[in-house]
Design a protein around this ligand. Structure first.
Ligand code: ADP
Ligand code: MG
Length: 483
Protein backbone atom coordinates (compact mmCIF):
# COMPACT_ATOMS: atom_id res chain seq x y z
CA UNK A 1 0.00 0.00 0.00
CA UNK A 2 3.01 2.28 0.32
CA UNK A 3 2.91 4.89 -2.42
CA UNK A 4 5.79 4.50 -4.85
CA UNK A 5 8.76 6.67 -4.19
CA UNK A 6 8.20 6.87 -0.47
CA UNK A 7 11.40 6.03 1.35
CA UNK A 8 10.11 5.39 4.82
CA UNK A 9 8.89 1.87 5.38
CA UNK A 10 5.27 2.09 6.31
CA UNK A 11 3.84 0.03 9.09
CA UNK A 12 0.97 -2.29 8.34
CA UNK A 13 -2.56 -1.73 9.51
CA UNK A 14 -2.16 -4.66 11.88
CA UNK A 15 0.93 -3.22 13.51
CA UNK A 16 -0.59 0.19 13.92
CA UNK A 17 -3.79 -1.20 15.33
CA UNK A 18 -1.94 -3.51 17.67
CA UNK A 19 -0.03 -0.57 19.10
CA UNK A 20 -3.26 1.37 19.49
CA UNK A 21 -4.85 -1.52 21.31
CA UNK A 22 -2.00 -1.63 23.79
CA UNK A 23 -2.66 1.96 24.75
CA UNK A 24 -6.41 1.60 24.74
CA UNK A 25 -6.24 -1.46 26.92
CA UNK A 26 -4.45 0.47 29.62
CA UNK A 27 -7.03 3.18 29.60
CA UNK A 28 -10.38 1.48 29.86
CA UNK A 29 -11.90 -1.27 31.99
CA UNK A 30 -11.11 -4.81 30.85
CA UNK A 31 -14.75 -5.62 30.21
CA UNK A 32 -15.21 -2.60 27.95
CA UNK A 33 -12.07 -3.47 26.09
CA UNK A 34 -13.32 -6.97 25.49
CA UNK A 35 -16.74 -5.80 24.39
CA UNK A 36 -15.81 -2.88 22.20
CA UNK A 37 -12.26 -3.32 20.99
CA UNK A 38 -11.55 -6.99 20.64
CA UNK A 39 -14.14 -7.44 17.87
CA UNK A 40 -12.54 -4.73 15.74
CA UNK A 41 -10.39 -5.80 12.79
CA UNK A 42 -7.78 -3.60 11.14
CA UNK A 43 -8.41 -3.63 7.40
CA UNK A 44 -5.91 -1.39 5.67
CA UNK A 45 -3.58 1.50 6.06
CA UNK A 46 -3.17 3.94 3.22
CA UNK A 47 -0.77 6.75 4.09
CA UNK A 48 -2.18 8.00 7.34
CA UNK A 49 -5.68 6.62 6.91
CA UNK A 50 -6.34 3.55 8.98
CA UNK A 51 -9.44 1.56 8.17
CA UNK A 52 -10.99 -0.64 10.80
CA UNK A 53 -13.91 -2.98 10.54
CA UNK A 54 -16.69 -3.01 13.13
CA UNK A 55 -19.50 -5.54 13.47
CA UNK A 56 -22.50 -3.22 13.20
CA UNK A 57 -23.82 0.29 12.93
CA UNK A 58 -24.69 0.30 16.59
CA UNK A 59 -21.14 -0.69 17.40
CA UNK A 60 -19.77 2.12 15.29
CA UNK A 61 -22.03 4.68 16.93
CA UNK A 62 -21.11 3.45 20.34
CA UNK A 63 -17.40 3.82 19.63
CA UNK A 64 -17.93 7.28 18.27
CA UNK A 65 -19.99 8.32 21.24
CA UNK A 66 -17.83 6.90 23.98
CA UNK A 67 -14.33 6.40 22.78
CA UNK A 68 -13.80 9.09 20.22
CA UNK A 69 -11.23 10.95 22.27
CA UNK A 70 -9.25 7.91 23.19
CA UNK A 71 -9.28 6.67 19.61
CA UNK A 72 -8.25 10.04 18.33
CA UNK A 73 -5.34 10.30 20.69
CA UNK A 74 -3.99 6.84 20.09
CA UNK A 75 -4.33 7.03 16.32
CA UNK A 76 -2.57 10.36 16.30
CA UNK A 77 0.19 9.01 18.44
CA UNK A 78 0.73 6.23 15.95
CA UNK A 79 0.19 8.06 12.68
CA UNK A 80 0.83 11.69 13.44
CA UNK A 81 -1.36 14.75 13.63
CA UNK A 82 -3.09 14.23 10.30
CA UNK A 83 -4.14 10.71 11.07
CA UNK A 84 -7.55 9.64 9.91
CA UNK A 85 -9.72 6.76 10.87
CA UNK A 86 -12.18 5.13 8.56
CA UNK A 87 -14.78 2.61 9.58
CA UNK A 88 -16.10 -0.31 7.64
CA UNK A 89 -19.39 -1.48 8.98
CA UNK A 90 -20.51 -4.99 8.35
CA UNK A 91 -23.96 -4.98 6.85
CA UNK A 92 -25.64 -8.35 6.51
CA UNK A 93 -22.33 -10.13 6.57
CA UNK A 94 -20.54 -7.98 4.02
CA UNK A 95 -18.39 -4.97 4.68
CA UNK A 96 -19.57 -1.65 3.35
CA UNK A 97 -17.49 1.41 3.85
CA UNK A 98 -19.21 3.91 6.07
CA UNK A 99 -18.42 7.25 7.62
CA UNK A 100 -14.92 8.56 7.39
CA UNK A 101 -13.87 10.22 10.56
CA UNK A 102 -11.19 12.73 10.36
CA UNK A 103 -9.52 13.13 13.68
CA UNK A 104 -7.78 16.44 13.58
CA UNK A 105 -11.20 18.05 13.88
CA UNK A 106 -11.50 21.48 15.50
CA UNK A 107 -11.97 20.32 19.02
CA UNK A 108 -8.63 18.57 19.18
CA UNK A 109 -7.24 21.78 20.56
CA UNK A 110 -8.93 21.02 23.86
CA UNK A 111 -6.71 21.38 26.90
CA UNK A 112 -3.86 22.54 24.77
CA UNK A 113 -3.83 25.99 26.14
CA UNK A 114 -3.73 25.73 29.90
CA UNK A 115 -3.56 29.43 30.54
CA UNK A 116 -7.00 30.07 29.17
CA UNK A 117 -10.00 28.72 30.98
CA UNK A 118 -10.29 25.48 29.09
CA UNK A 119 -12.46 24.51 26.17
CA UNK A 120 -15.40 26.67 27.05
CA UNK A 121 -13.73 29.67 25.43
CA UNK A 122 -14.13 29.81 21.74
CA UNK A 123 -12.23 32.91 20.76
CA UNK A 124 -8.70 33.87 21.74
CA UNK A 125 -9.83 37.39 22.61
CA UNK A 126 -11.74 36.18 25.63
CA UNK A 127 -8.65 35.94 27.75
CA UNK A 128 -9.32 39.29 29.19
CA UNK A 129 -13.05 39.70 29.00
CA UNK A 130 -13.09 42.99 30.80
CA UNK A 131 -11.42 45.01 28.11
CA UNK A 132 -13.57 43.77 25.33
CA UNK A 133 -16.51 45.93 24.40
CA UNK A 134 -19.83 44.20 23.93
CA UNK A 135 -18.96 41.52 26.41
CA UNK A 136 -22.31 39.82 26.07
CA UNK A 137 -21.68 39.02 22.44
CA UNK A 138 -18.91 36.66 23.32
CA UNK A 139 -19.77 33.15 22.38
CA UNK A 140 -19.32 30.73 25.19
CA UNK A 141 -19.74 27.07 24.57
CA UNK A 142 -22.28 26.08 27.22
CA UNK A 143 -20.72 22.63 27.57
CA UNK A 144 -24.11 21.00 27.27
CA UNK A 145 -24.89 17.53 26.10
CA UNK A 146 -27.77 18.02 23.66
CA UNK A 147 -29.25 14.60 24.37
CA UNK A 148 -29.83 15.35 28.04
CA UNK A 149 -33.17 17.10 27.72
CA UNK A 150 -36.42 17.22 29.67
CA UNK A 151 -37.90 15.18 26.92
CA UNK A 152 -35.50 12.33 27.52
CA UNK A 153 -35.80 12.60 31.29
CA UNK A 154 -38.54 10.20 32.31
CA UNK A 155 -40.81 11.48 35.03
CA UNK A 156 -41.73 9.34 38.02
CA UNK A 157 -42.67 9.71 41.67
CA UNK A 158 -38.98 9.66 42.45
CA UNK A 159 -38.14 12.82 40.57
CA UNK A 160 -41.37 14.76 40.08
CA UNK A 161 -40.58 17.71 42.32
CA UNK A 162 -37.00 18.16 41.16
CA UNK A 163 -38.02 17.84 37.55
CA UNK A 164 -40.78 20.39 37.76
CA UNK A 165 -38.62 22.79 39.74
CA UNK A 166 -35.98 22.45 37.03
CA UNK A 167 -38.62 23.02 34.41
CA UNK A 168 -39.89 26.15 36.18
CA UNK A 169 -36.37 27.52 36.46
CA UNK A 170 -35.78 26.95 32.76
CA UNK A 171 -38.95 28.86 31.86
CA UNK A 172 -37.92 31.84 33.96
CA UNK A 173 -34.22 31.78 34.77
CA UNK A 174 -33.49 33.87 37.84
CA UNK A 175 -37.14 34.79 38.05
CA UNK A 176 -38.44 32.17 40.46
CA UNK A 177 -37.95 31.57 44.17
CA UNK A 178 -35.85 28.57 43.22
CA UNK A 179 -32.54 30.35 43.21
CA UNK A 180 -30.32 28.59 43.74
CA UNK A 181 -31.98 25.34 42.83
CA UNK A 182 -30.08 22.58 44.58
CA UNK A 183 -30.65 19.04 43.38
CA UNK A 184 -29.23 16.25 45.44
CA UNK A 185 -29.20 12.48 44.88
CA UNK A 186 -26.98 9.45 44.99
CA UNK A 187 -24.94 8.40 41.97
CA UNK A 188 -26.59 7.61 38.69
CA UNK A 189 -29.96 9.07 39.56
CA UNK A 190 -30.05 11.86 37.02
CA UNK A 191 -28.47 14.97 38.58
CA UNK A 192 -26.21 15.66 35.64
CA UNK A 193 -28.97 14.89 33.17
CA UNK A 194 -31.31 17.34 34.85
CA UNK A 195 -28.72 20.12 34.96
CA UNK A 196 -28.12 19.73 31.24
CA UNK A 197 -31.87 19.59 30.59
CA UNK A 198 -32.30 22.93 32.30
CA UNK A 199 -29.41 24.39 30.31
CA UNK A 200 -30.69 23.06 27.00
CA UNK A 201 -34.17 24.32 27.67
CA UNK A 202 -32.95 27.82 28.55
CA UNK A 203 -30.88 27.92 25.38
CA UNK A 204 -33.92 27.04 23.36
CA UNK A 205 -36.21 29.56 25.01
CA UNK A 206 -33.69 32.35 25.50
CA UNK A 207 -30.95 32.09 22.88
CA UNK A 208 -29.47 35.37 24.05
CA UNK A 209 -28.75 34.07 27.54
CA UNK A 210 -25.31 32.78 28.38
CA UNK A 211 -25.55 29.31 29.85
CA UNK A 212 -22.67 27.35 31.29
CA UNK A 213 -22.47 23.86 32.70
CA UNK A 214 -19.40 23.12 34.76
CA UNK A 215 -18.51 20.21 37.03
CA UNK A 216 -17.14 21.50 40.33
CA UNK A 217 -13.78 19.78 39.80
CA UNK A 218 -13.35 21.57 36.52
CA UNK A 219 -14.21 24.85 38.15
CA UNK A 220 -11.59 24.12 40.81
CA UNK A 221 -8.92 23.20 38.28
CA UNK A 222 -9.59 26.27 36.19
CA UNK A 223 -9.31 28.38 39.28
CA UNK A 224 -5.98 26.82 40.22
CA UNK A 225 -4.63 27.31 36.68
CA UNK A 226 -5.67 30.91 36.70
CA UNK A 227 -4.19 31.43 40.10
CA UNK A 228 -0.85 30.17 38.80
CA UNK A 229 -1.07 32.52 35.88
CA UNK A 230 -2.11 35.50 37.91
CA UNK A 231 -5.38 35.57 36.04
CA UNK A 232 -7.85 35.21 38.87
CA UNK A 233 -9.61 38.40 37.87
CA UNK A 234 -10.22 37.06 34.39
CA UNK A 235 -11.60 33.96 35.96
CA UNK A 236 -14.02 35.84 38.18
CA UNK A 237 -15.12 38.18 35.41
CA UNK A 238 -15.74 35.30 33.12
CA UNK A 239 -18.04 33.59 35.55
CA UNK A 240 -19.80 36.81 36.37
CA UNK A 241 -20.96 37.06 32.76
CA UNK A 242 -22.99 33.90 32.96
CA UNK A 243 -26.79 34.12 33.05
CA UNK A 244 -27.47 30.54 33.99
CA UNK A 245 -24.70 28.76 35.84
CA UNK A 246 -25.05 25.02 36.37
CA UNK A 247 -22.48 23.58 38.75
CA UNK A 248 -22.40 19.81 39.08
CA UNK A 249 -21.30 17.83 42.14
CA UNK A 250 -20.58 20.67 44.53
CA UNK A 251 -19.60 18.16 47.22
CA UNK A 252 -16.16 18.27 45.60
CA UNK A 253 -15.75 21.81 46.84
CA UNK A 254 -15.34 20.34 50.31
CA UNK A 255 -12.16 21.42 52.10
CA UNK A 256 -11.08 23.58 49.16
CA UNK A 257 -11.19 26.88 50.96
CA UNK A 258 -9.86 29.15 48.28
CA UNK A 259 -12.13 27.71 45.63
CA UNK A 260 -15.06 28.12 47.98
CA UNK A 261 -14.07 31.67 48.59
CA UNK A 262 -14.03 32.49 44.88
CA UNK A 263 -17.23 30.60 44.30
CA UNK A 264 -18.86 32.55 47.12
CA UNK A 265 -18.06 35.82 45.37
CA UNK A 266 -19.24 34.61 42.01
CA UNK A 267 -22.38 33.19 43.55
CA UNK A 268 -23.22 36.46 45.28
CA UNK A 269 -22.62 38.51 42.20
CA UNK A 270 -24.84 36.32 40.05
CA UNK A 271 -27.55 36.01 42.66
CA UNK A 272 -27.71 39.72 43.30
CA UNK A 273 -28.00 40.35 39.60
CA UNK A 274 -30.91 37.99 39.18
CA UNK A 275 -28.92 35.32 37.42
CA UNK A 276 -29.92 31.70 37.84
CA UNK A 277 -27.75 29.22 39.71
CA UNK A 278 -28.41 25.49 39.73
CA UNK A 279 -26.28 23.18 41.81
CA UNK A 280 -26.12 19.46 42.24
CA UNK A 281 -24.70 17.50 45.11
CA UNK A 282 -24.51 13.91 46.22
CA UNK A 283 -26.12 14.83 49.53
CA UNK A 284 -28.39 17.47 51.04
CA UNK A 285 -26.68 20.77 51.88
CA UNK A 286 -27.17 20.12 55.60
CA UNK A 287 -25.05 16.98 55.27
CA UNK A 288 -22.24 18.57 53.30
CA UNK A 289 -19.07 18.58 55.31
CA UNK A 290 -16.08 20.78 54.72
CA UNK A 291 -18.12 23.55 53.11
CA UNK A 292 -18.13 26.95 54.75
CA UNK A 293 -21.22 27.95 56.63
CA UNK A 294 -21.69 31.15 54.64
CA UNK A 295 -21.82 29.13 51.41
CA UNK A 296 -24.16 26.55 52.89
CA UNK A 297 -26.54 29.26 53.97
CA UNK A 298 -26.49 30.61 50.41
CA UNK A 299 -27.29 27.16 49.05
CA UNK A 300 -30.28 26.99 51.33
CA UNK A 301 -31.75 30.28 50.11
CA UNK A 302 -33.60 28.77 47.18
CA UNK A 303 -35.08 25.31 46.80
CA UNK A 304 -33.40 22.07 47.75
CA UNK A 305 -34.92 18.95 46.27
CA UNK A 306 -33.82 15.39 45.72
CA UNK A 307 -34.02 12.66 43.10
CA UNK A 308 -34.99 9.26 44.43
CA UNK A 309 -34.43 5.74 43.21
CA UNK A 310 -36.97 5.03 40.47
CA UNK A 311 -39.67 2.47 41.17
CA UNK A 312 -40.36 -0.46 38.89
CA UNK A 313 -42.77 1.42 36.64
CA UNK A 314 -40.37 4.28 36.14
CA UNK A 315 -37.55 1.85 35.45
CA UNK A 316 -39.67 0.20 32.77
CA UNK A 317 -40.50 3.59 31.29
CA UNK A 318 -36.83 4.58 31.25
CA UNK A 319 -35.81 1.37 29.52
CA UNK A 320 -38.57 1.69 26.98
CA UNK A 321 -37.66 5.27 26.25
CA UNK A 322 -34.00 4.41 25.76
CA UNK A 323 -34.85 1.52 23.47
CA UNK A 324 -37.19 3.66 21.48
CA UNK A 325 -34.56 6.37 21.15
CA UNK A 326 -32.04 3.84 19.90
CA UNK A 327 -34.58 2.21 17.62
CA UNK A 328 -34.16 -1.14 19.25
CA UNK A 329 -36.61 -3.67 20.55
CA UNK A 330 -36.14 -6.33 23.17
CA UNK A 331 -38.73 -8.91 24.17
CA UNK A 332 -41.04 -7.65 26.88
CA UNK A 333 -40.01 -10.29 29.38
CA UNK A 334 -36.36 -9.32 28.96
CA UNK A 335 -37.07 -5.66 29.62
CA UNK A 336 -39.13 -6.64 32.61
CA UNK A 337 -36.35 -8.83 33.90
CA UNK A 338 -33.84 -6.01 33.64
CA UNK A 339 -36.20 -3.52 35.30
CA UNK A 340 -36.82 -5.97 38.12
CA UNK A 341 -33.24 -6.87 38.78
CA UNK A 342 -31.36 -3.69 38.20
CA UNK A 343 -32.91 -1.41 40.72
CA UNK A 344 -30.07 0.55 42.25
CA UNK A 345 -29.85 3.47 39.86
CA UNK A 346 -30.48 4.58 36.31
CA UNK A 347 -26.87 4.40 35.24
CA UNK A 348 -26.71 0.70 36.01
CA UNK A 349 -30.02 0.20 34.32
CA UNK A 350 -28.62 1.78 31.18
CA UNK A 351 -25.43 -0.20 31.52
CA UNK A 352 -27.35 -3.45 31.61
CA UNK A 353 -29.39 -2.44 28.59
CA UNK A 354 -26.27 -1.50 26.67
CA UNK A 355 -24.59 -4.81 27.46
CA UNK A 356 -27.65 -6.57 26.13
CA UNK A 357 -27.66 -4.49 22.97
CA UNK A 358 -23.96 -5.02 22.46
CA UNK A 359 -24.44 -8.71 22.80
CA UNK A 360 -27.37 -8.70 20.40
CA UNK A 361 -25.38 -6.59 17.98
CA UNK A 362 -22.38 -8.90 18.10
CA UNK A 363 -24.33 -12.11 17.84
CA UNK A 364 -26.84 -10.66 15.42
CA UNK A 365 -29.68 -12.37 17.17
CA UNK A 366 -32.41 -11.47 19.57
CA UNK A 367 -31.76 -11.57 23.26
CA UNK A 368 -33.89 -14.12 25.06
CA UNK A 369 -34.54 -14.28 28.77
CA UNK A 370 -31.78 -16.79 29.48
CA UNK A 371 -29.12 -14.73 27.75
CA UNK A 372 -30.42 -11.66 29.55
CA UNK A 373 -30.12 -13.43 32.88
CA UNK A 374 -26.52 -14.33 32.17
CA UNK A 375 -25.57 -10.85 31.08
CA UNK A 376 -27.40 -9.02 33.81
CA UNK A 377 -25.91 -11.36 36.36
CA UNK A 378 -22.43 -10.25 35.37
CA UNK A 379 -23.58 -6.75 35.61
CA UNK A 380 -25.20 -6.47 38.98
CA UNK A 381 -23.89 -8.02 42.11
CA UNK A 382 -27.29 -8.44 43.68
CA UNK A 383 -28.55 -10.96 41.17
CA UNK A 384 -25.45 -13.06 41.31
CA UNK A 385 -26.64 -14.27 44.65
CA UNK A 386 -29.36 -16.79 44.30
CA UNK A 387 -32.78 -16.47 45.85
CA UNK A 388 -34.59 -19.70 46.58
CA UNK A 389 -38.18 -20.47 45.65
CA UNK A 390 -38.67 -21.28 49.30
CA UNK A 391 -37.55 -17.83 50.35
CA UNK A 392 -39.82 -16.18 47.80
CA UNK A 393 -42.79 -18.21 49.00
CA UNK A 394 -42.07 -17.22 52.56
CA UNK A 395 -41.74 -13.54 51.75
CA UNK A 396 -44.99 -13.51 49.77
CA UNK A 397 -46.91 -15.48 52.40
CA UNK A 398 -45.66 -13.28 55.22
CA UNK A 399 -46.76 -10.26 53.28
CA UNK A 400 -50.27 -11.51 52.53
CA UNK A 401 -50.55 -13.34 55.79
CA UNK A 402 -51.19 -16.67 54.10
CA UNK A 403 -49.97 -20.01 55.54
CA UNK A 404 -47.16 -21.19 53.30
CA UNK A 405 -48.48 -24.73 52.82
CA UNK A 406 -51.60 -23.31 51.15
CA UNK A 407 -49.43 -22.51 48.12
CA UNK A 408 -49.03 -26.20 47.51
CA UNK A 409 -52.69 -27.05 47.97
CA UNK A 410 -55.58 -26.89 45.57
CA UNK A 411 -57.43 -24.04 47.32
CA UNK A 412 -59.06 -21.62 44.86
CA UNK A 413 -59.64 -18.84 47.39
CA UNK A 414 -58.84 -15.61 45.69
CA UNK A 415 -56.16 -14.27 48.03
CA UNK A 416 -54.41 -17.63 48.10
CA UNK A 417 -54.50 -17.97 44.33
CA UNK A 418 -52.98 -14.52 44.12
CA UNK A 419 -50.18 -15.31 46.58
CA UNK A 420 -49.50 -18.54 44.71
CA UNK A 421 -49.39 -16.91 41.30
CA UNK A 422 -47.24 -14.08 42.52
CA UNK A 423 -44.77 -16.49 44.13
CA UNK A 424 -44.46 -18.35 40.84
CA UNK A 425 -43.96 -15.13 38.95
CA UNK A 426 -41.24 -13.97 41.33
CA UNK A 427 -39.62 -17.40 41.29
CA UNK A 428 -39.39 -17.12 37.53
CA UNK A 429 -37.90 -13.65 37.75
CA UNK A 430 -35.49 -14.12 40.58
CA UNK A 431 -34.29 -17.70 40.28
CA UNK A 432 -32.77 -19.76 37.53
CA UNK A 433 -35.19 -22.64 38.02
CA UNK A 434 -37.04 -24.04 35.05
CA UNK A 435 -40.80 -23.68 34.83
CA UNK A 436 -41.05 -27.36 35.59
CA UNK A 437 -39.06 -27.08 38.81
CA UNK A 438 -41.04 -24.04 39.86
CA UNK A 439 -44.27 -25.95 39.28
CA UNK A 440 -42.99 -28.77 41.47
CA UNK A 441 -42.55 -26.41 44.39
CA UNK A 442 -46.21 -25.52 44.19
CA UNK A 443 -47.73 -28.92 44.81
CA UNK A 444 -46.54 -30.46 41.55
CA UNK A 445 -48.24 -28.10 39.13
CA UNK A 446 -47.07 -28.28 35.52
CA UNK A 447 -45.13 -25.72 33.53
CA UNK A 448 -48.15 -24.34 31.70
CA UNK A 449 -49.72 -23.42 35.04
CA UNK A 450 -46.59 -21.42 35.84
CA UNK A 451 -46.75 -19.62 32.50
CA UNK A 452 -50.40 -18.86 33.07
CA UNK A 453 -49.67 -17.56 36.58
CA UNK A 454 -46.93 -15.24 35.34
CA UNK A 455 -49.30 -13.81 32.75
CA UNK A 456 -52.06 -13.39 35.32
CA UNK A 457 -49.70 -11.46 37.57
CA UNK A 458 -48.58 -9.22 34.73
CA UNK A 459 -52.18 -8.52 33.79
CA UNK A 460 -53.12 -7.69 37.32
CA UNK A 461 -50.11 -5.40 37.70
CA UNK A 462 -51.24 -3.54 34.61
CA UNK A 463 -54.67 -2.81 36.01
CA UNK A 464 -54.46 -2.84 39.80
CA UNK A 465 -52.34 -0.21 41.48
CA UNK A 466 -52.67 -1.70 44.98
CA UNK A 467 -51.44 -5.00 43.70
CA UNK A 468 -48.59 -3.33 41.90
CA UNK A 469 -47.57 -1.55 45.09
CA UNK A 470 -47.73 -4.83 46.97
CA UNK A 471 -45.44 -6.46 44.40
CA UNK A 472 -43.01 -3.58 44.66
CA UNK A 473 -42.95 -3.93 48.46
CA UNK A 474 -42.33 -7.65 48.27
CA UNK A 475 -39.58 -7.20 45.74
CA UNK A 476 -37.91 -4.71 47.99
CA UNK A 477 -37.87 -7.33 50.73
CA UNK A 478 -36.41 -9.90 48.39
CA UNK A 479 -33.75 -7.51 47.22
CA UNK A 480 -32.91 -6.51 50.76
CA UNK A 481 -32.24 -10.11 51.59
CA UNK A 482 -29.82 -10.20 48.66
CA UNK A 483 -27.75 -7.22 49.57
P1 ADP B 1 -25.89 11.47 38.31
O1 ADP B 1 -25.34 12.73 37.77
O2 ADP B 1 -26.94 11.68 39.36
O3 ADP B 1 -24.84 10.51 38.79
P2 ADP B 1 -26.71 11.05 35.60
O4 ADP B 1 -27.46 12.30 35.34
O5 ADP B 1 -25.35 10.95 35.02
O6 ADP B 1 -26.66 10.72 37.15
O7 ADP B 1 -27.59 9.83 35.10
C1 ADP B 1 -27.07 8.56 34.78
C2 ADP B 1 -27.70 8.07 33.51
O8 ADP B 1 -29.07 7.77 33.76
C3 ADP B 1 -27.68 9.09 32.41
O9 ADP B 1 -27.41 8.45 31.19
C4 ADP B 1 -29.08 9.66 32.40
O10 ADP B 1 -29.46 10.05 31.11
C5 ADP B 1 -29.90 8.50 32.88
N1 ADP B 1 -31.08 8.93 33.64
C6 ADP B 1 -31.13 9.27 34.94
N2 ADP B 1 -32.38 9.58 35.31
C7 ADP B 1 -33.16 9.45 34.22
C8 ADP B 1 -34.55 9.63 33.95
N3 ADP B 1 -35.42 10.01 34.89
N4 ADP B 1 -34.98 9.38 32.70
C9 ADP B 1 -34.14 8.97 31.74
N5 ADP B 1 -32.82 8.78 31.92
C10 ADP B 1 -32.32 9.02 33.15
MG1 MG C 1 -23.38 13.39 37.62
Amino acid sequence: MTPTGQKKVQKTAEEVWENCLKIIKDNIPAQSFKTWFEPIRPVKLVKNVLTIQVPSQFFYEWLEEHYVKLLRKTIQRELGKDAQLEYQIIVDGSAATAQTVNYPAQNVAEHKNPEVLGPMFLGPEIKNPFVIPGLKKIQIDPQLNPSYTFDSFVEGDCNRLARSAGWAVAQKPGGTAFNPLVIHAGVGLGKTHLLHAIGNQVRQLFPEKTVLYVPSEKFTNQFIDNLKNNAVNDFIHFYQMIDVLLVDDIQFFAHKDRTQDIFFHIFNHLHQNGKQIVLSSDRAPRDLEGIEERLLSRFKMGLTTDLGVPDFETRMAILEKKMYADGIELPHEVVEFVAHNVSTNVRELEGALISLLAQASLNKKEIDLDTAKKIVKNFVKSVSREVSIEMIQKTVCDYFNVPQEKLREKTRKRHIVQARQLSMYLAKLYTKNSLKTIGKHFGGRDHSTVIHSCQAVRDLMDTDKDFRDAVAEIEKKIQLSLS
